[in-house]
Design a protein around this ligand. Structure first.
Ligand code: NG6
Ligand code: CA
Length: 506
């Protein structure tokens, strides 16, 4: 088929995907943090308004069965950005703020894929995949030895880990943003620095938020953190301004690259703890700070959509909105998230939350919009895994991916663009204790694992652990209440075989 003919057919809506043609739409991937399947109005949330996200869903496809690869951030993001399951690389569990860079510079990432196809690329917001060479060896007062610049990102403005972990500064192009030469930065995850207060010893200095569990080490902006840091001066972030800072950088990136194809990974801090949104988002819902953080997230989405519109590129931009793992209510700060739920179910119909092997651990919102290509206001029941995002997007422009890279990712572009409801045959999900679960067709299988029934360190979350194999029929039991493993030994065997295969080195 010649190109002109293909273009004509596309214009007529006859061919929705321009495979092999010069199809280079911009891609904006918005990844929220700990935002649950039930946390958005368009996914049934009643206590909080999310008009910008609703609007995105109204213009695109709302998926009802999409999964992050893992129930915590680092392994989930590792998979999203590399197309490789996290258990293939040791050290992909929740990373401290002084972790060495987990994705190695020689690895081919989703950013390398876009960049090698002529895209400008950016990572803005939460990183949580390590920086520099080796854990604990970074000099935060000089350019870092390794950063997202080595992973295919032309531009980055990121938090090293999470907002509850030191260092509490942004890193821009491999160096502390707004570096304050009068106040050198030191970071340790082993010991405090002499004379520095901690949340444990100086609770009177916790003027903005108190911890409920953990988070009692260094105090920055009146909030206790995980890890110790000293210095930072004017480079230290203020939690209430994080959404403003990262959104402004995202809008700048859009404006600066509107005349060329761009890929932007926009990873919000919302709605991770410490939840401390800007005053202007407060008190707009009955759920307190967690609800306010959802409102703030929606505002960021709105700003990005407006910026795309204003730059004249909205029609040529695929926007994907999702989350890195399931929700959590009390994740270590006394923000009254649990007391103020007012009937809200952060994980929607699912059992378990973040960390869990139950569906609430990895079931995430997933919305895809590409004006003129995605059918407005549709819903897709297809079973989708974030592991496939890399190769599916690469398929837009027939990306060449080196042998061995993105080895677990598969091209499901027609499903992601809503042209097909074809599901991934098997979707693997990893709980925080590395228990693997599999979804396939109507089945959900959780492999046997020892360990406590509840998360032992604070959050009130069911782990999904059981020494017995668990099998649930999701077509009638979305809440995973009725274990039917005994009745279907053949399905159990098939699921176990898949896990053995997926876990094996290849
Ligand atoms: C836990 C933290 C939790 C959160 C999580 C990582 C404690 C007691 N809890 O260890 O607050 O930071 O790690 O969350 O320290 S994630 O979404 O980035 O994976
Ligand atoms: Ca997370």
């Amino acid at each position: 088929m010649n190109k002109r003919y293909l273009t004509l057919m596309m214009a007529a809506g006859l061919v929705a995907v321009a495979k092999g043609a010069d199809s280079k739409p911009n891609v904006v991937m918005i990844v929220a943090d700990d935002l649950g399947y039930g946390d958005l109005e368009c996914y049934g949330a009643k206590n909080v308004k999310t008009p910008a996200v609703n609007n995105l869903a109204a213009n695109g496809i709302r998926f009802t069965d999409t999964h992050a690869v893992a129930a915590t951030s680092t392994p989930s993001r590792y998979s999203l950005l590399t197309g490789e399951y996290p258990w293939r690389r040791p050290g992909t569990d929740v990373a401290p703020g002084d972790a060495g860079m987990i994705i190695r510079p020689e690895q081919f990432t989703i950013a390398d894929m876009f960049r090698s196809n002529g895209y400008a690329t950016a990572a803005i917001g939460k990183w949580h995949l390590g920086l520099g060479d080796k854990t604990g060896t970074q000099d935060w007062n000089a350019p870092l030895a390794a950063s997202p610049s080595d992973l295919g990102f032309d531009y980055h403005y990121i938090m090293a880990a999470t907002s509850d972990r030191v260092p509490c500064v942004f890193i821009e192009q491999g160096f502390v943003a707004n570096y304050d030469p009068t106040d050198s930065i030191f970071v340790s995850y082993n010991a405090n620095f002499e004379g520095e207060p901690t949340g444990a010893k100086n609770p009177e200095l916790l003027t903005n938020l108190r911890h409920s569990h953990g988070h009692d080490m260094s105090i920055v902006n009146g909030i206790g953190r995980i890890g110790y840091m000293k210095g930072g001066g004017s480079a230290l972030w203020k939690d209430e301004n994080i959404a403003d800072s990262i959104t402004a950088k995202a809008v700048d990136f859009i404006n600066e690259h509107k005349d060329e194809p761009f890929f932007m990974y926009f990873a919000t801090n919302d709605v991770h703890v410490p939840r401390f949104p800007h005053d202007r988002f407060r008190g707009k819902n009955p759920m307190g700070l967690r609800g306010d953080a959802i409102v703030q997230f929606d505002w960021s989405v709105d700003q990005i959509m407006k910026a795309l519109e204003k730059a004249g590129v909205a029609d040529n931009t695929i926007v994907i909105l999702t989350s890195d793992n399931g929700p959590v209510v009390d994740d270590g700060y006394d923000d009254k998230a649990e007391e103020l739920l007012n009937g809200h179910s952060p994980a929607g119909p699912f059992r378990g939350n973040k960390y869990s092997a139950f569906e609430g651990g990895t079931a995430v919102p997933f919305i895809v919009s590409w004006p003129g290509h995605t059918n407005p206001g549709t819903e897709s029941p297809a079973l989708v895994s974030q592991i496939d995002i890399m190769r599916s997007l690469g398929s837009l422009f027939n990306a060449r991916i080196p042998k061995g890279a993105a080895s677990d990712s598969r091209d499901h572009l027609p499903t992601i663009l809503g042209q097909s409801n074809e599901s991934r045959q098997y979707v693997a999900e990893m709980a925080s204790n590395h228990t693997l679960s599999v979804r396939s067709g109507k089945w959900k299988y959780i492999e046997p694992s020892n360990g406590p029934k509840m998360i032992p360190w604070g959050p009130k979350i069911e782990t999904g652990n059981s020494p017995e194999p668990q099998l649930y029929d999701m077509s009638v039991d979305r809440g995973e209440r009725n274990n039917v493993a005994d009745k279907h030994p053949d399905i159990v065997a098939q699921m176990q075989a898949y896990i053995r295969d997926a876990r094996a080195k290849h």
